[in-house]
Design a protein around this ligand. Structure first.
Ligand SMILES: [Zn+2]
Length: 750
């Protein structure tokens, strides 16, 4: 899972609202039998937060249902999952039924119970999901699969509860409303909106039609992804002649030979002698387009890639047309003209016009750079003596890679020696201490973890009070851990879900990366990309941990609009490019020397390589998506592919092939949650670059100015979470609305 979907998943916990008294009783009973771990913790809240299991067999209950402190990762086993979740759901269903039978339309009577119920489910079910990601096993997967349908059914029931919806409306219309603060208003408004969008406000035939659409759309989305998977799988070439793999790196040959052995019935395949199996999977495809000298194979590969899932039984074209019709119809039932309007009603961007004008501004700024990028690689190809005729689609990646090598190549191995993980982590924490006026303390061994490599770190404010903590799982473990990197909530800040009356429960984050593990006695040496990833996830973590919101439904990353949620993460990435930071986190593994200037310069230069082309490609996706879900009439004569070509006339320097059916594999918008939302990637980049530029304007070398701005960032973006509209939060920090200039400047497109 990517960090993005992890955040989205965490945010969906908001939909899982629930409550129960038994839990509190059980917890209080258990408390008497438990021994607090005698930590060097002066302040009481810590003792309560980090209560530990005593080891003398008090574990008579299922550890997944022990909701005191943090999840008991040293005790939770796959066999606990089914009984725990079954018991929990049965409790929650009873509680929810009782709530529905007697709705009290007040904050304490309705919203707080819903928060508690949701918290109980996300505590236990969240721990299961977390273990599935970091400590996977057949037994754990089976247990999760067994319980997942029941969890989904329960969540849907809550999200579509007519009684709760009416209670929320009554709150908004009655005297209660005047008693609530702005954050509470925002929480309730969001709940009403989400309920509406799940069809609760509809009646009679409209509601039936809505449900039918939702069901058909879900089936089409599944069919769409399955078709893409099947079509991807259906293509493979067994290469047997050395001349077909000239130029490919050893790592690709290894992978291709392994794939030939496993899937291609060639049990004697080796990296040196082949055969090599070429597929449309990214780890096979991408290196081949970059390094494969054999042009006709590149062409074959490219053409197969852009026509995936566009023929025969796996043809996604009819699914696209039908999906777009259904989405338009659903939007109209809910009172919007188009699906894009429905999508934007839950986002930071005010309306389609605002997004259009931002994307257009970026397009105008990038197009000439992109044309120049193409001219440069064309010149290199022509001068090389290894290329004939005009440059075609399947040549671009190949020659772009040659030019990159010529200009910016640095060996990852050379670079990695400067970034041992302990040094990088120390440097990152020191940066955050300096910027945000907090203190970190390593506390390994003070809470149960799921693997000995996991680090536990406590966060303190200036007065020495603990305010948060995080669990960092840094290294790749392919046998049990999912790839990618993500941040997730372990527990969130909340007064309602606290063990101590009047005192908020402290937030704890999971930060999960997949970087190179240590080898022998040598520490993990990080690539630059791994460093960027760590900074990114840490940025998400900061928003979760430094929140000052006590309402659990709006603290940290909760209740933050989707297109604004990547602001803190990408903001932190910017710091990785700043020289002082990079020097501060570097130290050669053997000599301790900081990163040499020449290497630093290459890292920075590589950041802007072909930035115009990259930008244009993302704009092409974002604009096509928006056009399809807004202007395009899904019942009219123009097809989705006509729209793609029309948008490409403005956003591509080389027009797509006539048979290009890229949309047939655009799962983000036809099978994921990005319909009329793909623009969010660029939107969030604008916010993060613009936020960072405030520091650049003040002078990155100016310690005092940087410190003051860091405090301000903490007090606004990091502290306010989802308690205010993201536009207001941004303006509170920046003093004005976001502008795209900094993004363009960082990308070298100004
Ligand atoms: Zn992210």
């Amino acid at each position: 899972m990517t960090s993005e979907s992890a955040v989205a998943k965490a945010a969906t916990h908001l939909d899982e609202k629930s409550f129960n008294n038994r839990r509190n009783n059980r917890r209080n009973n258990r408390r008497k039998n438990r021994t607090p771990r005698s930590l060097v913790l002066a302040d009481e809240s810590l003792e309560i937060l980090f209560w530990m299991n005593d080891s003398n067999g008090q574990q008579d209950d299922n550890p997944l249902l022990d909701m005191s402190g943090l999840p008991k990762f040293d005790c939770i086993q796959a066999e606990h999952v089914v009984p725990a979740i079954r018991e929990l759901l049965s409790d929650l269903e009873g509680d929810f039924q009782a709530l529905e039978d007697d709705v009290v339309p007040t904050w304490e009577g309705l919203v707080e119970p819903l928060e508690r119920m949701g918290d109980r489910l996300s505590f236990s079910w969240g721990a299961v999901g977390h273990l599935l990601g970091v400590k996977n096993s057949d037994a754990m997967r089976e247990a999760e699969e067994e319980m997942q349908p029941s969890v989904v059914v329960f969540s849907l029931r809550q999200g579509q509860s007519q009684a709760v919806y009416e209670g929320l409306l009554a709150m908004r219309e009655g005297d209660e409303w005047g008693r609530l603060d702005a954050c509470q208003h925002r929480i309730v408004e969001g709940m009403i909106r989400d309920a509406k969008h799940s069809g609760v406000g509809l009646a009679g035939e409209d509601q039936e039609r809505f449900n039918a659409i939702a069901e058909e759309s879900a089936q089409l989305a599944t069919k769409f992804s399955n078709n893409v998977l099947d079509a991807t799988k259906a293509f493979s070439l067994m290469l047997t002649d050395e001349v077909e793999v000239v130029g490919l790196p050893e790592s690709w040959r290894d992978l291709a030979a392994q794939s030939a052995r496993e899937e291609g019935d060639a049990e004697n395949a080796t990296a040196q002698t082949g055969p090599w199996r070429l597929t449309l999977d990214h780890p096979s495809l991408q290196p081949f387009l970059e390094h494969g000298k054999n042009r006709s194979l590149r062409e074959k590969l490219y053409r197969s890639y852009v026509t995936r899932a566009s023929e025969g039984e796996l043809d996604n074209a009819p699914i696209i047309a039908r999906t777009l019709q259904l989405k338009r119809e659903m939007a109209k039932l809910l009172g919007y003209d188009t699906f894009a309007e429905l999508s934007l009603s839950t986002k930071m961007a005010e309306n389609v016009g605002v997004v259009d004008s931002l994307l257009e501004k970026l397009r105008v700024a990038s197009i000439d750079f992109a044309k120049n990028d193409l001219a440069e690689i064309e010149a290199l190809a022509n001068a090389s003596g290894n290329h004939e005729g005009a440059l075609r689609h399947w040549d671009i990646t190949y020659w772009a890679e040659r030019l990159r090598e010529q200009r910016y190549d640095y060996s990852e191995e050379e670079l990695r020696s400067y970034f041992p993980f302990p040094k990088v982590l120390d440097g990152l924490l020191a940066l955050a201490e300096r910027l945000f006026d907090v203190k970190f303390a390593y506390a390994d061994g003070e809470t149960p973890v799921w693997h000995p490599d996991v680090r536990f770190v406590r966060v303190f404010d200036r007065s020495g009070d603990q305010i948060a903590a995080f669990l960092l799982d840094p290294y790749s473990r392919p046998s049990e851990k999912r790839g990618g990197a993500w941040m997730d909530e372990c527990v969130g800040r909340s007064t309602v879900c606290s063990d101590v009356p009047g005192q908020a429960r402290l937030p704890v984050a999971y930060l999960v990366c997949n970087q190179t593990p240590p080898v022998g006695d040598s520490p993990s040496l990080m690539t630059f990309q791994e460093i960027e990833t760590l900074f990114h996830e840490f940025g998400h973590g900061l928003q979760h941990m430094l929140t000052r919101v006590d309402h659990g439904l709006a603290s940290g990353i909760r209740n933050v609009e989707w297109d604004a949620v990547e602001l803190p993460s990408q903001f932190m990435e910017n710091w990785a490019y700043y020289k002082q930071t990079l020097l501060g986190i570097s130290g050669h593994v053997e000599t301790g020397e900081p990163l040499p200037d020449a290497l630093y310069d290459k890292i920075v230069a590589a950041r802007t390589y072909r930035a115009g082309s990259m930008m244009l490609r993302q704009l092409n996706f974002g604009m096509t998506d928006l056009e399809l879900h807004h202007q395009h009439d899904p019942t009219g004569d123009e097809s989705a592919f006509d729209v793609q070509r029309r948008v490409s006339e403005r956003t591509a320097v080389m027009q797509p092939l006539p048979e290009d059916r890229f949309l047939c594999s655009f799962g983000h918008i036809f099978a994921g949650g990005y319909s009329a939302g793909y623009y969010s990637y660029k939107w969030a980049e604008v916010l993060s670059a613009d936020a960072f530029s405030a520091f650049e304007e003040a002078g990155l070398e100016d310690e005092v100015a940087v410190r003051d701005l860091g405090r301000k960032f903490r007090d606004t973006v990091l502290a306010l979470g989802g308690s205010q509209a993201p536009g207001e939060v941004f303006e509170a920090f920046r003093g004005r609305a976001p502008q795209p200039d900094a993004l363009l400047r960082h990308a070298g497109l100004a």
